[in-house]
Ligand binder design. Structure first.
Ligand code: BGP
Length: 488
């Protein structure tokens, strides 16, 4: 295969509450995800909350599974529950070892998210927490020492718990001010060393209490909250460009490819409508205005309109994105008359699925890159892609993960085709997640993605020892050859 263009960024991606741990160290405040249990007793994973009568409720409020959280419910920690974000896999204390492992593979970029409540413990302070800043300064220094470019996610599906409890999260415009204060602190502290920034993670997929802080996750509340996130992101981009002339901004979108179930015109039309559920986010943020179809989309969702304030439209125009970044794990299929379309969609008879039921579709990645680039005409950046699988490690922690190599080889070859044959401008690729970490949707540890095995089980038992899997040396070779070895 032809190599990828010179300067292509190769690396891995993580998120703070799945990776970092140290939840009560360094002055960190509590985060919305700190109350989520591991997923072993129920899937999806849930928050633990106490009602005034003492009863415990477990609303499913993570990611795609948003349920309403009653007004009176208060988050609580129970002794018989395990809360994975508290320790995660301890990047907080092991970042030097982990970064050295990534450097050994040849990474020249590392995507990580900053924990908002490590910088502003309640989200409402005037000044940032110096200890939190110092931790990330150390991480960035370590990355630079190894020749790696930081790619920073400012907000990965989370917020300080106080902001959810006090203001009902992003349903309040007050969050825009809190977010901008947080961004300004990051740009001041890290701006000289960091070029690539993502304002939000999977903004088109987050919903409900965990990621958005809203107790009511119904569409009118949700799309209003999203508007506040749009304005916050655009203002952050404008501020970032003013403070750091070299900086490039993206927002990250969950971009499973979407296919019509058949060539029946009704299926095609329904496919277009459902695809627009994602374009709604990218079009608005990359072009700087709501698309013409927004009105119809919102009406079909029962949303009478978005409340805008003076200056919002101007802010959207002045803070458009420099590139479009996205996660790609799978594709979905949609057919007319399927009102229950969520992330699962209709089955696709042509594809095999992972142990967690995610259809594996490498060509869909090439399709998706072309689709975005054709429409938006800005560089794309693949910032998440990988295979969650059950790994069996030997006594040395070695895993023969040929299935992971197979998945990545096929996806990376299609990425290479999209660039070298189709002409898509792609900045880089960060694989999810180079070191095993906690699953976002299920809270499990056994759903592993890494090139590096971490000795820990679903309940946090284990030595946390890191060991290289077979895929580690395979990826090293891919990076050494800048992608030319993908057809070996
Ligand atoms: C993305 C999230 C990540 C990550 C990944 C894999 O949607 O941005 O945080 O976890 O999905 O998902 P999971 O961990 O549920 O397997």
């Amino acid at each position: 295969m032809k190599p990828m263009p010179k300067g292509f960024l190769w690396g891995g991606a993580t998120a703070d509450f799945q990776y970092e741990g140290g939840f009560n160290e360094g002055g960190r405040g509590l985060l919305s995800h700190d109350y989520e249990t591991d997923g072993t007793h129920s899937t999806p994973r849930t928050h633990t909350m106490r009602m005034p009568d003492g009863s415990i409720i477990r609303p499913a409020s993570s990611f795609f599974f948003a349920e309403a959280v009653p007004q009176q419910a208060q988050p609580v920690f129970l002794e018989d529950q395990y809360y994975p974000s508290h320790k995660a896999v301890d990047f907080y204390h092991r970042y030097k070892e982990d970064i050295a492992l990534m450097a050994e593979m040849g990474f020249n970029v590392f995507r990580f998210s900053i924990c908002w409540s490590r910088i502003f413990p309640t989200g409402d302070e005037d000044e940032p927490n110096r200890e939190g800043i110092a931790f990330y300064e150390d991480v960035i220094r370590e990355l630079k020492k190894h020749g790696m470019e930081p790619l920073i996610t400012i907000c990965h599906d989370e917020m300080p718990m106080e902001l959810a409890l006090k203001y009902d999260g992003w349903s309040s415009r007050h969050l825009i001010d809190c977010y901008l204060r947080y961004c300004k602190a990051l740009f001041e502290a890290f701006g000289n060393h960091c070029r690539y920034w993502l304002t939000f993670n999977e903004i088109n997929a987050v919903r409900g209490f965990g990621p958005c802080g809203t107790r009511d996750s119904s569409s009118p509340t949700h799309y209003q909250a999203v508007h506040h996130m749009f304005v916050a992101s655009a203002k952050a981009v404008a501020l970032g460009h003013a403070m750091m002339p070299q900086a490039m901004f993206g927002t990250m979108y969950a971009m499973s490819e979407l296919y019509p179930a058949t060539c029946k015109p009704e299926d095609m039309f329904r496919h277009m409508q459902v695809r627009r559920e994602n374009w709604y986010f990218i079009d608005t943020m990359a072009r700087g205005r709501y698309p013409a179809y927004a009105k119809d989309l919102l009406e079909r969702r029962g949303v009478a309109g978005i409340k805008m304030e003076e200056g919002d439209e101007q802010a959207l125009l002045e803070g458009t994105l420099d590139f479009v970044s996205f996660s790609y794990y799978r594709s979905n299929t949609v057919k007319a008359g399927d009102p229950s379309f969520t992330v699962g969609g209709s089955p696709n008879p042509y594809l095999e699925s992972t142990a967690w039921g995610w259809p594996v579709d490498p060509l869909g990645l090439r399709y998706c890159m072309n689709e975005i680039y054709d429409r938006i005409q800005k560089p794309v950046f693949i910032v998440e892609n990988g295979l969650g699988a059950i790994d069996e490690a030997d006594e040395n922690g070695y895993v023969e993960d040929d299935y992971r190599i197979d998945y990545l080889q096929k996806h990376l070859a299609e990425m290479n085709n999209a660039v070298n044959i189709d002409g898509v401008d792609c900045i880089g690729y960060t694989m999810w997640a180079p070191i095993d970490l906690v699953s976002l949707s299920t809270g499990e540890m056994k759903k592993r993605y890494g090139f590096v095995y971490v000795d820990m089980d679903d309940k946090g038992n284990g030595t946390l020892r890191r060991s290289r899997k077979k895929s580690f040396s395979w990826m090293k070779r891919v990076i050494e050859t800048n992608g030319a070895s993908l057809d070996e």
